[in-house]
Design a protein around this ligand. Sequence first.
Ligand code: G1P
Length: 290
Amino acid sequence: MSRPLRKVVFPVAGLGTRFLPATKVIAKEMLPVLDRPLIQYAVDEAVEAGADTLVFVTNRYKHAIADYFDKAYELETKLAEAGKVDLLEIVRSVLPGHVRCVFVTQPEALGLGHAVLCARAVVGDEPFGVILPDDLIRARGAGVMRQMAEMAATHGSGVVAVEEVPADQTHRYGIVAVDPVGGRAGRIRHLVEKPKPAAAPSRLAIVGRYLLPPRIFDLLEATRPGLGGEIQLTDALESLAQEQELLAYRFAGERFDCGNKLGLVRATLHLAMDDPQLAAAVREFVAAHG
Ligand code: G1P
């Protein structure tokens, strides 16, 4: 895709039932991984990739995400008056000044494809990214969205991030069949949403990162409910892949599925072991309890 990435969509309307009772009052995306909410990692990745417009597709009960990215005047004033420069910097770094947030409501939970379609009026006629914040991905170099933006700029096509999963896990993901095109990329021939192992065309699973042309919106409009009666993004991608080149990209980085408890614990431990002030004590604790 020739135009640079400016807009990234975050579907965040889910109820987060795996984290009840905490999610009775806390949006799943606000659960902390170490000291920052899950959504912050996704936003940082989008901003690093060049995004200046973040589109949150939310439900009418979730106000915490908007509050979090809003400027906290009172808090900032107090910290400034108290000379707490470090804390002030932490609060301000939540969102760089040039980035704006737009909130769109998904009136009914009709599926991921429907959530993305809700962002159409804001995204308009340009390529855009989609990040599912549940998938927290730590990369040593450039973040995954940035890696994908570079790939899209080179190839001029949409890109979907993929990772190989064990055969008994295919039912949890969109699975792609690809023709290799060199390096980490493959051209997508076919996609299936959450197939049983016997029906899976490969073990390459879609993870929560997409870089898509605006054409996907027309295709989503035409997509009928699929698996689970939901409008599936994977089904619209299948139509897209039949029309134009769509790449599967094996990203460089480590993914943590923070949509479940074990993934959230793993991500927290990983970050803690990366933190010079915590690493030694955490390793000691893990060793003692192993
Ligand atoms: C969604 C997509 C699926 C993809 C997954 C990645 O599923 O429908 O194709 O593999 O995200 O996290 P969900 O996890 O929302 O059920």
